[in-house]
Design a protein around this ligand. Structure first.
Ligand code: C2E
Ligand code: CA
Ligand code: CA
Length: 579
């Protein structure tokens, strides 16, 4: 019972908004009452004055009271017409009723009392009735037109479901009443291909069939919930659910709509199997304003469509917003790669006496607005979309061309380190690429170093060892990057055909905070030396870190304390200045 009232209330709210859309012409009831009272007052005055022979003096003019009867009669008729025009159906019924009652009274007056002065009144009365009926018919036409207008404003013509506007109004009302609700965005999968292959006509029939199946569920109000389904556009629908006893009920309700698609749709001799993606968000748990709850449900719908899972129903989670960001970055990386927009900085590496050892080339990318996108964002994106070898190669090509020129000009005996992703290194073209670029740039192989992380061992240690050996045989040096953070550790060093360990910044950061961290770094350095590796400490920022590293025989450092990543001109100045 309560539910029914609720539906009625909801419908009334919608109806009221729609009425506001169309120009309202019906006057409030009190206007009707005033007109009616005025009418009776005027009519009584008419009957009191009609038979009077009295004369009233207005200044020098003598006017018979009888004359006033005509004026009041016109006022009475005017009230009747105004009622018919402005007071809707009630006004129409009252005015016709009054006129019809008046008619026999006038006739009785004429024939029974022989009062012929009322004769013109009859014609007036009949004319007024005709005028009222004409006005009413006209009003009805306008009302019908307005009704149609209202329907158009809130109904989707194809399916007969409410449209997006009606849905928005409903959400506004639910929010106003502080009612928790779920917004679910439904998008039919591969609908475009139905339209493309079978034509719009069949596409439309499919949509109508979907709407019919879903409308049944809406009417049932599954699990005691209230449902409202609207068609937004094309193959996109919005479902709103409220009055659920728990948030789990929302998922169960939506799954009912999904299972309504399991049975094939039969249209014009075709059997069509349709599926759809359902994304939903619950207000206020997932978002507390209208636009966010709807856009979150769209994000969930897009995600479930993207991952192409057999589940088809997904609730919004915060992670999806991150995914949206990753999509943006992925696109930026793609575009930058196409437009050759990646460039590099060179971060100097020094021995402990502050003599330049060489540079690490670090990839850089600027957004279209000129702001920097950090490598920690674009490198994972590039790995995700399979563009990392493109970036590695672009940086390698640009950096080696610059570096080759630099060492030719200056004769400096310095090393260029480049970062190579494991995926890239494992590709068969890698060796050829690197050989070609060595030749083109003129860099002696011993002055080139490849930085690779320990994760290379995870997938295929044998293949990795073989690949690294080949590179080493070309005379190129190999550095183990971020040492200590990954797969590690020391036990693998034996089989890793490398030349140098780069101790990760996280160890350097902790080195002076506790004795054990310092001991750990010291142990790595000793062991590396025993195995004939050199060691670079990464991310050195503080003088006391530098001192400690000196005391435990570290070979090189790379860090902000002596040099940040530099643009190529500044790197060149550093080399020429250093001789
Ligand atoms: P990475 O190879 O460990 O590079 C060193 C990172 O530490 C660089 O960050 C560098 O700017 C930063 N760094 C160096 N010294 C200091 C210091 O004293 N303090 C602090 N706070 N940071 C320091 P960046 O340039 O942001 O690079 C991040 C990571 O991106 C690199 O870590 C590397 O893994 C990756 N990367 C950069 N360029 C390339 C590339 O061309 N190819 C591939 N595959 N990866 C790249
Ligand atoms: Ca590196
Ligand atoms: Ca590193």
């Amino acid at each position: 019972m309560e539910k029914k009232d609720e539906v009625k209330k909801e419908t009334r709210v919608l109806e009221k908004t729609l009425q506001d859309l169309a120009r309202r012409r019906t006057a409030p009831v009190f206007v009707f009452v005033i007109l009616l009272v005025l009418y009776f007052a005027a009519s009584i005055t008419v009957s009191l004055t009609a038979g009077s022979q009295k004369i009233v003096m207005f200044g020098d003019n003598a006017i018979s009271v009888y004359t006033f009867a005509g004026i009041f009669s016109s006022v009475a008729n005017l009230c009747i017409i105004l009622m018919a025009v402005f007071c809707g159906k009630l006004g129409f019924i009252a005015s016709v009723g009054v006129m019809l009652i008046q008619l026999p009274m006038i006739l009785v007056g004429i024939f029974a009392r022989g009062n012929l002065t009322s004769l013109p009144g009859i014609f007036g009365n009949i004319l007024t009735i005709i005028a009222i009926i004409a006005i009413y018919r006209d009003n009805r036409k306008i009302d019908d037109y307005q009704k149609k207008l209202r329907e158009h404003a809130t109904t989707d013509i194809l399916t007969g479901l409410p449209n997006g506007f009606a849905g928005t109004e409903l959400v506004n009302e639910l929010l106003k009443r502080g009612k928790p609700f779920a917004a679910c965005t439904i998008d039919v999968n591969n609908f475009k291909s139905i339209n493309d292959t079978m034509g719009f006509d069949i596409g439309n029939k499919v949509l109508i069939e979907l709407a019919t199946r879903w409308r049944k569920i809406v009417d049932e109000g599954p699990f005691g919930t209230m449902n409202f389904l609207s068609r937004i556009n094309g193959d996109e629908f919005s479902l709103f659910i409220w009055d659920f006893d728990s948030e789990d009920t929302v998922g169960e309700t939506i799954r009912l709509y999904r299972s309504a698609l399991e049975e094939k749709i039969h249209v014009e001799g075709y059997d069509i199997f349709i599926d759809a993606s359902f994304g939903y968000a619950i207000c206020p748990t997932d978002a507390d304003d209208r636009d966010s709850v709807i856009s979150n449900s769209v994000a969930a719908m897009k995600e479930i469509k993207r991952i192409n899972s057999s589940e088809h129903v997904l609730r919004f989670t915060e992670d999806l917003l991150k995914n949206r960001n990753t999509l943006v970055i992925d696109n930026k990386v793609r575009k930058a790669l196409e437009n050759d927009r990646f460039y590099f900085n060179l971060q100097p590496q020094y021995d402990m006496s502050h003599k330049l050892r060489g540079f690490e080339a670090l990839a850089r990318l600027k957004d279209e607005d000129g702001s920097s996108i950090p490598p920690d964002d674009f490198i994972p994106a590039a790995e995700r979309i399979g563009a990392i070898d493109g970036i590695d190669f672009m940086i390698y090509r640009k950096a080696s061309s610059f570096f080759g020129e630099l060492i030719r000009k200056t004769g400096a005996d310095i090393t260029l380190s480049i970062n190579v992703s494991v995926k890239h290194l494992m590709k068969s073209v890698f060796i050829d690429e690197i050989r070609d670029l060595l030749k083109e740039s003129g860099i002696p192989a011993r002055q080139l170093e490849i930085e690779i992380t320990e994760s290379i061992w995870i997938e295929s240690p044998e293949k990795a060892a073989e690949r690294l050996k080949k590179i080493k045989n070309m005379g190129i040096r190999i550095a183990i990057d971020d040492f200590g953070t990954g797969y590690s550790s020391l036990s693998y060093l034996n089989s890793f055909p490398s030349d140098i360990l780069k101790i990760d910044k996280s160890f350097i950061d902790q080195m002076n905070t506790g004795d054990s961290s310092k001991k750990y770094v010291e142990a790595i350095i000793s062991l590396a030396h025993v195995m004939d590796f050199e060691v670079i400490a990464e991310g050195v920022e503080e003088p006391d870190q530098l001192e400690t590293l000196r005391s435990i025989n570290c070979d090189y450092i790379q860090g902000f304390i002596w040099g940040k990543p530099l643009p190529q001109e500044e790197a060149e100045r550093l080399v020429t200045g250093a001789g």
